[in-house]
Design a protein around this ligand. Sequence first.
Ligand SMILES: Nc1ncnc2c1ncn2[C@@H]1O[C@H](COP(=O)(O)OP(=O)(O)O)[C@@H](O)[C@H]1O
Ligand SMILES: [Mg+2]
Length: 361
Amino acid sequence: MIDKKTVETILSKVIYPGFAKSIIDFGFVKHISVADNKIEIHLDIPSSAPQIEAQLKEEIRKRLALPENVQCHIDITKPKMPKETSSHGKNVLPGIQNFIMVSSGKGGVGKSTTSVNLAIALAQQGKRVGLLDVDIYGPNIPRMMGIEDRQPVFLGNKIKPIIAHHVQVMSIGSLIAKDASLIWKGAMVTQAIEQMLKDILWNKLDILLFDMPPGTGDAQLALAQNLPVTAGVCVTTPQKVALDDTVRSMDMFNQLHIPIAGIVENMSGFICPDSGKEYDIFGKGTTKPLAEQYHTQILGEVPIEPAIREGGDSGLPITVLAPHCETSKRYQSIAARIWEFVLKINEEGGVDNKKIQPTVF
Ligand SMILES: Nc1ncnc2c1ncn2[C@@H]1O[C@H](COP(=O)(O)OP(=O)(O)O)[C@@H](O)[C@H]1O
Ligand SMILES: [Mg+2]
């Protein structure tokens, strides 16, 4: 007869659909008992989607591969309603109207660069904008926003965000010692994020952008469980490998009931500064089929541009340094599209990603 430890080991191989971690690692397995040819398993999961429950049950049964005389009862607790979006969801930060999660399947695709320039572009368009760096593994928003040497002001045990380029900014990087190498375990990530949400004194905001760690894990789940995330933005590069990871990000948004505002195709072509001619380097336009598959739009294409990297390194993003150049215009147009999407969500109380027509450039 199979024992409890073996059941646990088997469950540690069951990946939670749409994410990169197992149901054991996420802490969704609440109870396992094994007695007299009878196994009982209790899970508590954050999704109310019936297909997730069905998928998990099937996967668990398949992996356990029990003989016929062993009974197995799998009980799954789910939230009653699907996660709500901004217009009718509970909001633990009522002074903030909209939350945008900027995600990517892998690191280095330009998620932080995009978050920074979009936050600035939205502020330039008159919105009250916040930017929260949730990338606990590599918080580089302080450097990109030029606030590396500024200390946040504490009021009691609350923290005031730092204002840079008309954006209210806070980063876990501003709160931990520079170069401290922290090893984050799942529960610590969740706790750190919940703490940040409670302790930052944002002024009234129209929109708060989250620069997420790469991939799909605890940080994404922690935010979705604490806030009604208005929309998700996926950043990818046109290479095939990056696109494979992007699929995981999109699946995660769907699974968390976060409407997908669209995809930003970053490092899409190179505009030669001398001739103004555009060259294709990683392959342009490869994200279009992905957008179609997920019934969403391509928000825009951002070229590879040395000034973008220099801007990030120097704390003066391109949208600040050269607000009228072609690349800044692209960020402006992406920001405007995101805002349009946000308005739509607020008016309609939700968006069905099956109905959005993909944009063709
Ligand atoms: N469109 C671009 N053109 C040139 N450099 C870019 C572009 N997008 C990002 N970079 C550079 O690529 C590196 C990785 O970008 P970053 O935003 O830190 O990625 P991520 O947050 O996804 O890990 C940075 O040095 C950044 O300046
Ligand atoms: Mg980053």
